[in-house]
Design a binder for this molecule. Structure first.
Ligand SMILES: [Zn+2]
Ligand SMILES: [Zn+2]
Length: 282
């Protein structure tokens, strides 16, 4: 445990990028064998999504400094729930911090759907008409800012140390690439796995273009929150259409500049939507 603690406390940025790159490489190749839909320009689509890494990097750097400060401060002052709860050792502290950080992701994700200005930012992620392993990169820098700011604040509540946040991030990255992948698990396997963790089958429903499905399956790594708070749903693979019914036009949601501007565009209601967009191919 000490070795792992040490490793994650001093994990180089290059290792974090490697975990993301290797995860995408692995799931990209599984997709090539098992994909639900290959009827789109996969490399071009991935290139558009990968541009977000460049614009998100400065936000990640600034809030990474804030995160290092917050985790250092709570450790020095033994401040936060993991210190106040009667937890016998560092392993149980890690498990509790993992669960609490996952709860934050669930709550933050619901906020992004409830409040219109936040939804306009989160919409960029949802507007992807061809969900696959590269969609995990598609996060507007404003959303990165909101997500990481809440994480820094949550550190002060939970007392999570830097190594705990980064160890969780290791699992989170692999899980997020997996759940966005363009393949489905066998139904029986999905029913077992989705009792504990979010599966591609679950997250695909969250990316369905119409309500009420978009507002279900908010979970990040653990699926338990959707079950506890009544937001769990299922939809078969042949019924799921990726995208958002207000933003189905490819000129809009397959162009990086338009995607960056999307949160500042007009808010549209579902009634403005035309069925013919669903059949438009990338
Ligand atoms: Zn969402
Ligand atoms: Zn997603």
């Amino acid at each position: 445990m000490h070795n792992l603690q040490d490793y994650f406390a001093h994990q180089p940025d290059s290792h974090r990028i490697a975990v993301l790159t290797i995860s995408i490489f692995v799931f990209w190749n599984i997709e090539n064998a098992l994909a639900l839909d290959m009827n789109y320009k996969k490399w071009r689509h991935a290139l558009t999504n990968s541009y977000f890494m460049l614009v998100d990097a400065p936000v990640q750097f600034v809030l990474g400094v804030a995160l290092a400060f917050a985790t250092g401060w709570v450790a020095m002052h033994q401040f936060g729930l993991i210190y106040w709860l009667p937890l016998p050792n560092v392993f149980t502290q890690f498990v509790v911090s993992f669960v609490l950080l996952d709860l934050l992701e669930y709550v933050y994700h619901r906020f992004m759907h409830i409040f219109t200005p936040l939804w306009m930012v989160h919409l960029v992620h949802h507007s992807d008409r061809n969900l696959d392993s590269s969609t995990v990169l598609r996060e507007h820098p404003l959303e990165t800012g909101v997500r990481l700011t809440l994480l820094v604040l949550w550190v002060f509540v939970t007392g999570a140390g830097l190594w705990m946040v980064l160890a969780r991030q290791f699992f989170q990255v692999i899980s997020n690439v997996f759940t966005h992948s363009n393949f489905r698990l066998n139904d029986k396997l999905d029913r077992v796995l989705s009792l504990l963790i979010v599966t591609p089958n679950m997250h695909h429903v969250h990316h369905h273009y119409q309500q009420p499905y978009t507002d279900t399956n908010y979970g990040d790594v653990l699926s338990v929150w959707d079950r506890i708070f009544g937001t769990f749903s299922r939809l078969s693979a042949d019924e799921v259409v990726f995208g958002v019914d207000t933003h189905m036009a490819l000129e809009e949601n397959a162009d990086f500049k338009n995607l960056l501007a999307m949160p500042f565009g007009p808010h549209r209601e579902s009634e403005d939507f035309s069925e013919e967009w669903v059949w438009q191919n990338a």
